[in-house]
Design a protein around this ligand. Structure first.
Ligand code: COA
Length: 263
């Protein structure tokens, strides 16, 4: 595959995949997500690769979410398709037989946070910020955020982040277990590479089986992904979504009129 939205470097048997849309805060448009999926599949098929590190170019953003300008005019069906394709990308990461480490180098919001959560291990730079701000767009998370966030940080903390849309600092993410290590921006990629190299000393077979078995623990809960896809699509036909996305794109505060869940 020809990659234009990501950069791949293979060093010391580690595939370093970096989202390369720095001027758009590495926002995840559909093409970028497709490339990430293909790159992870390619790394899995490459015998010279033993681990994958996923990060964003620059020091500002890992990924500031799905690309709002791309989906603003989508209808319900397109919204559902977008969510289903995003889920497929996240599942590819989560089910990768080779360990995936997310090195979160700045904003990991919405789809960016969901992308990090689909990785097996997350580390972050001190300036990283995590959150699920979809609520501010009149949306529900659509790439597994309602499920994986609960699994990683527990229901209470997940509810707080999902309902407020607030972003948290790297230190708070560390404290709640969303990441397992925080370091300076300069140290982030070296630290992720060091961690990947540590895993290289382990049995690839056993690593793959641990990933498979841990995923199996959560398999029954995966049913809810289909509901998330449906509900994400349903938001697209609500006035609150129109208002939320228009407000973001026009750099103003949203004024929701209150689409009730019963409407
Ligand atoms: N989709 C599309 N474009 C995005 C984006 C996204 N998710 N996040 C940032 N961008 C774009 C901005 O529109 C802006 O483009 P412009 O220069 O053409 O105007 C550029 O990236 C820089 O972002 P800006 O908002 O000016 O930077 P900031 O430092 O003031 O704020 C963020 C950074 C990440 C806090 C802010 O961009 C943001 O809130 N992004 C959206 C987060 C979100 O809601 N994600 C969930 C989407 S489902």
């Amino acid at each position: 595959m020809q990659y234009t939205n990501i950069q791949i470097d293979i060093e010391n048997q580690v595939a370093l995949i970096r989202i390369n849309r720095e001027d758009k805060m590495n926002a995840l448009n559909i093409a970028t997500l497709k490339e990430i999926k293909a790159a992870v599949e390619e790394a899995n098929g490459n015998e010279a690769v033993h681990a994958i590190v996923l990060s964003g170019m620059g020091s500002k953003a890992f990924a500031a979410g799905a690309d709002i300008s791309e989906f603003v005019a989508f209808n319900e069906e397109q919204g559902e398709d977008m969510s289903a394709s995003g889920h497929a990308v996240m599942n590819t990461l989560e089910q990768s037989a080779k360990p995936v480490i997310a090195a979160v180098n700045g904003f990991a919001l919405g789809g960016g946070c969901e992308l990090a959560m689909a990785a097996h291990i997350r580390i972050a730079s001190e300036n990283a910020r995590f959150g699920q701000p979809e609520i501010n767009l009149g949306l529900v998370p659509g790439y597994g955020g309602t499920q994986r966030l609960c699994e990683i940080v527990g229901k209470g903390r997940a509810m707080n982040l999902l309902l407020t849309g607030d972003a948290i600092k790297a230190e708070d993410a560390l404290q709640m277990g969303l990441v397992t290590q925080v370091c300076s921006s300069e140290e982030l990629i070296p630290a992720a590479m060091k961690l990947a190299e540590k895993l290289m000393g382990k049995s690839p077979y056993a690593l793959a089986k641990v990933i498979e078995l841990v995923n199996e623990h959560y398999a029954p809960a995966r049913q809810a992904y289909n509901s998330e896809i449906t509900e994400f699509g349903a938001c697209f036909q609500k006035p609150d979504f129109v208002e939320g996305t228009d407000a973001f794109l026009n750099k103003r505060k949203a004024n929701f009129h209150g689409t009730q869940a019963t409407n």
